[in-house]
Design a protein around this ligand. Structure first.
Ligand SMILES: [Zn+2]
Length: 581
């Protein structure tokens, strides 16, 4: 336990810091929150702490801002700088940002699935860098594969929703299937200038040539012949696989997969129409063509993406050279792995398709919509990504890492409520009077108000409810405190019935002996609560009436159970998705 002097000093420092941060006025709730976040052990003396905080904040708010700042700096040197750094963790500078009039970054998802936690790194880094340099952040849907990575209309919207939820609003949005004419235009330019050619080899024949660093026989045909063949690709003379456009590279490049890479191919969209443009186009750009052309045309200054794209940079640089373009700066970060989270889009799609999960928001998935549904805050993901940054080394996280941050982020917002899983009845004898308990909605925020729980004995006998899992742990003679109520001795536990006897009011009695604290509910006037856990299991139970005041989307703390988010409500029922303990 800390001495009074030490606590006084902790409060003074926190209050001064809070005052300086807010133009000279500290706020007791915020100061308390800060102290309890750093020193959770002080919760045991929360009443005394609140009193002292109140007094200190009043004193400090009488000082001028410059006095507050001076005292803080003199007594605790470095505190201000430290706090600032913690608040705005800066990303390392971008390479050669000064070379560009504007820093422009892009996030370019394929709308063939919703986003998952793995996508947050690209989104948050690109958005943050654009903000840091007062630049622009472009959202670009890469939807030019109507066959294998088939886009779906619903995913365009869901992805936008996810990005907005993360707080990363884009400055400009483009959709590649709206820009087909541009890829055609630059394909023709490449064919005219011998930067590309129409290859009519079959796949195996081309592969054999490429492996031997030998040119395909079509490679050096005249541009006029290339353009004539391009026409035949357009008008349907060539069918699928009979011809494709290849970008010329160094045939001796050490990586055979780079040699004369495919840029545009024919896809018969009669059979697999594109969800936005139907069967309007026969020729579709492949990833490196569409992405490479767009990065240039959209003025992307910095490409920030995973290191699995390193070979794509090598490929695209050949096209840029052939077109006389300058390649943007690149930043390739390492892989982000979350232990126990499925981050493969194809597997997520399969789980949903096969109904192994209830949908994209199923709590077992690490999709952004599932995290949102459970009450993982976007701020948590932002703090996490800012911490990892754009480093090229791989990063492995556990759910526990994420929960630890989220706990700090949501604790201050989450009001407290009692919830009992599968409640059982407790009968208490010797209750001397009616007890009305008014626990605070949040212990650090008295201004938010209180709940009201009443225990009314009839002939000194009172009934209330506790959770069955608590009941199972009780034994005869056990001394218990019912939270915010009174202390009891357990007399007997028989199946679903617990008999107890009133002992005393004082919290001190319970604290001194380390008696366990149980949450409880009055026998009536409660609401049905279903709590969906992270493994998809649904726990049924009862919650206190005050839960009705928590709106859908609100994050709450179920005392001794954990944090969760209100998913839906009806007249007598609340559904909550569990976040973490
Ligand atoms: Zn060929």
């Amino acid at each position: 336990m800390s001495s009074i002097d030490e606590i006084g000093s902790i409060i003074r420092r926190a209050a001064l810091l809070n005052a300086v941060k807010h133009g000279g006025r500290a706020e007791t709730g915020a100061v308390m929150g800060r102290i309890l976040a750093e020193r959770p052990d002080l919760r045991s003396v929360i009443k005394e702490l609140a009193g002292l905080c109140n007094k200190t904040v009043k004193e400090i708010n009488q000082l001028s801002l410059s006095d507050q700042r001076r005292i803080l700096e003199e007594t605790w040197p470095g505190t201000l700088t430290e706090a600032k750094q913690r608040e705005r963790r800066m990303l390392p500078p971008l390479p050669n940002a000064e070379k560009y009039a504007h820093v422009v970054t892009r996030f370019s998802p394929n709308p063939d699935c919703v986003l998952h936690i793995g996508s947050t790194r690209a989104i948050i880094l690109c958005h943050e860098y654009a903000r840091m340099y007062d630049g622009r952040f472009v959202l670009r849907f890469e939807d030019t594969d109507p066959r294998l990575k088939r886009p779906k209309l619903e995913f365009y919207d869901l992805i936008e929703e996810d990005i907005l939820w993360l707080g990363c609003k884009w400055d400009e949005k483009v959709i590649q299937s709206d820009r087909m004419h541009l890829y055609y235009e630059w394909a023709e330019r490449l064919l005219e200038t011998s930067g590309a050619y129409v290859c009519t080899c079959n796949r195996e024949a081309f592969r054999a040539l490429a492996l031997a660093s030998k040119p395909c026989p079509d490679r050096d045909l005249e541009p006029s012949e290339q353009l004539a063949r391009w026409e035949k690709m357009l008008d349907g003379t060539y069918t699928e696989k009979e011809a494709l456009v290849r970008v010329k590279t160094d045939l001796d490049h050490p990586n055979p997969a780079v040699r004369d890479w495919p840029a545009l191919r024919i896809i018969d969209t009669e059979g697999t129409p594109h969800p936005r443009v139907g069967s309007k186009y026969r020729i579709w750009p492949l990833y490196n063509m569409a992405c490479g052309v767009d990065d240039h045309l959209l003025g992307i200054s910095h490409i920030i993406r995973g290191k699995e794209h390193l070979t794509n940079e090598v490929r695209q640089r050949f096209m840029y050279k052939n077109l006389g373009w300058t390649y943007p700066e690149t930043l390739h970060y390492g892989r982000l792995k979350v232990i126990g989270a499925e981050l493969s889009k194809s597997r997520i799609l399969r789980l949903v398709q096969e109904r192994a999960v209830s949908g994209f928001t199923d709590p077992r998935l690490a999709t952004l919509s599932a995290l949102r549904r459970r009450g993982i805050a976007p701020e948590t993901l932002r703090l996490l990504i800012m911490e990892i940054g754009p480093r090229p080394v791989d990063a492995t996280l556990s759910w526990e890492n994420i929960y630890a941050i989220n706990r700090k982020v949501i604790d201050d917002k989450a009001d407290r409520f009692f919830f009992l899983e599968d409640p059982v009845q407790m009968t208490i004898g010797g209750v001397p009077k009616t007890y009305v308990s008014n626990p605070a909605l949040h212990p650090d925020h008295p201004e938010r108000g209180t709940r009201r729980l009443e225990v009314k004995p009839s002939g000194r006998k009172a009934n209330l409810l506790i959770s069955s899992s608590d009941a199972r742990k009780l034994g005869e003679g056990r001394f218990i405190r019912l939270m915010e109520l009174f202390n009891i001795d357990v007399l007997s536990v028989k199946g679903d019935l617990v008999e107890a006897k009133f002992r005393s009011d004082s919290y001190e009695d319970a604290r001194k002996t380390g008696a366990p604290l149980l949450q409880w509910l009055p026998p009536t006037d409660n609401i049905d609560v279903s709590l969906t856990m992270t493994d998809g299991e649904v726990m049924q139970g009862l919650g206190e009436k005050a839960l009705f005041h928590a709106g859908v989307g609100e994050v709450v703390q179920l005392v001794r159970v954990g944090f969760g988010r209100i998913d839906s409500r009806s007249s007598n029922r609340v559904e909550i998705f569990f976040a973490h303990g």
